[in-house]
Design a binder for this molecule. Sequence first.
Ligand code: SF4
Ligand code: SF4
Length: 437
Amino acid sequence: MNLADQVKAAGVVGAGGAGFPTHVKLEASVDWYLANGAECEPLIHKDRELMTHFASQVIKGLTLAAQNAHAAPALAIKKKNHQAVAALNKAAAGTPVQLYYFDDYYPAGDEYELVHTITGNLIPPQGLPLDVGCVVNNVETLHNICRAAEGIPVTDTFLTITGLVKKPLTTWIPLGMSVIEVLKIAGGATVTAFSVMDSGLMMGKLITDLQQPVTKTTGGLIVLPTDHSIIQRYSRTQKQMDRIGFSACDQCSYCTELCPRYLLGYDVQPHLVMRSLGFTAMGKELWNSFAQLCCRCGLCTLYSCPEALYPREACIRSMNDLRQMNKGQWQGSRKVKPHFLKEMRRVPLKQLVQRLGVHSYEKEAEFVELPIKPKRVTLLLKQHVGVPAKTVVAVGDRVSRGQLVARVPEGQLGAHLHASMDGKVTTINHEFLVIEE
Ligand code: SF4
Ligand code: SF4
């Protein structure tokens, strides 16, 4: 088996984003293979902890992937993460891996930013790193590539449990455990009226069902009081956000002036998108087009807008509208030139944390190795980009941890799925399978 086949067999997907199947990325020959360790979501420290405690696996995964792609391996890490930097330097000694040290700003880990900072290349509008000879993988994905090469499948996700919990920590969690069970591992919530954000305050989602299972892409659970302004803001409906935006946006354009994609040279202008809120279909289409290159980083909504409006959400709705009209393809200029004030307008993470009102929840959340034995897991058949995996087990079958339970149909995009505990399959439907003790 070559590396791409081993990674496919192990069910590895992009751990830092939407869950793109990693074996597909390994089929390309590129100039650069980039490891993304420039974690920037406030309060989440799982990449820092992974690089500190599993540095050799990250470096080995990166070296294997880069060799496979005939590429130069490089790893982006924040300067402030001294222990992780030391561990990586030790692990990278004698390998071709080069470390790149980033300052502490948001969104340092955005793919477009990362590719530009390391290689100097700018990805074309709506393009991929591949378009400029790069592949980018999150560091957890590279750790999983290393394990795949040893024949070990993905059964756990590495995540930070933090905020209002008794013992904030980072650890490996078996896939399919429910959010409420995972919170218990950190001692449970310390208040009764709490809400949980999934994988980040900026780009994550508000969890509405605590029975929801963790997946290969869950990077963190952040517990906040339900009356916290962030939770209140994520609880609004699109209609409420549009109504407030239509009546209160004064077109100050701060959202655009601080937009990282705009500053990188892409024609994203959220203040113009906000105008679409007051227009009917014809005018809307024009204003919507200024949303097409948005990366959903959330800075405009949660940091820049002095009126606490929702330009990010307006951009997301605009992109959806255009896609529905079959006009999702970028028609504007292909030229990209960074703004001359780009470096000066970077948003320091500390400032962002203050603005979000979460500085009192900032905890180290260090890695703790725990013997976690769930009684029940719910494995979603689609935890990745592509089609759902097809089950290869039946109700009543006994399975063991690491056993293949669902596979991607031949010739289709997707990822295999493995049991995350020993037990009996008790439910199978078109969305998930359940394994119980
Ligand atoms: S920053 Fe807020 S008020 Fe200003 S243009 Fe953007 S959405 Fe409107
Ligand atoms: S979410 Fe806002 S700040 Fe971020 S890229 Fe989109 S428009 Fe720009």
